[in-house]
Design a protein around this ligand. Sequence first.
Ligand code: ZN
Length: 294
Amino acid sequence: MIEICEVGPRDGLQNECKMIFTETKVELITRLIDAGIRNIEAVSFVNPKVVPQMADAEEVLKLLPNRKDVRYGGLVLSRSGLERALKTNVDYLHVVTATSNAFNLKNAKRTVEQAVEELSKVIHEGAATNKGVAGVLGTAFGCPFEGEVPLSRVLVVAEKFMKAGCSEITLADTTGMANPFQVQNVVTAFYDEFGKELSLGLHFHNTRGLGLANTLAGYQAGVRKFDSSIAGLGGCPFAPKAVGNVCTEDMVNMFNGMGVETGTNLNQLIEIAKWMENNMDRPLDGMLMKAGIA
Ligand code: ZN
């Protein structure tokens, strides 16, 4: 069994030019729950001036079905984001930093060290409430500006985030630079360093067509938690040439074929992907919704 964290409503929509109504976001998330998804990155508490698409985070959370068996996550990048998040019913804070200095300086105007120091306080405060905190380490497999990101640095950031109170870590390939052997090496290094009980997730983008290959490599290395985005929506708005996340229904189709349970209904996911494509007024990247299951 694998666990999917559906990031379409956040990472996906954040990179779409077309503004999506709050009601449509709520319908999307509700339909995903009906299709079996239980972990959803629903919103982002970023500055609405920087990312207008996410400005309705509080409103979306208010309108979502109140389900004990579903976990709603919200992205937090700063103290002001934390303050907003703590006033909502969001279940999990996804606290994010890039692990590359060049990327961080460009997008957050601070070094990795400065980001970790500031965010450790945010994590500590968040973890002291009734919410869970997940640490998301961006550019963990490479940086478009810096190139290689040393694994030792990624491990150090993970350790500091866990010490501050993160109960899980997600490694994000923000701009789709990872390859399957590298994924295997990084995941193995993480389990060696922190033990097999580490709750580790992987977040891949399909920028260079390696999203599913990297997902499989992660699975073979022991990971059971993967981020993906319905219809392949999404990308990172700050990264050059970034494209969508690994597509949820394509990934489910792969695991179904391998006999690995995902807890989701593939036919329903395909219907949601098609519906979402209609909403976006542009062809989306998902392949299964074009090809059919078999
Ligand atoms: Zn992403």
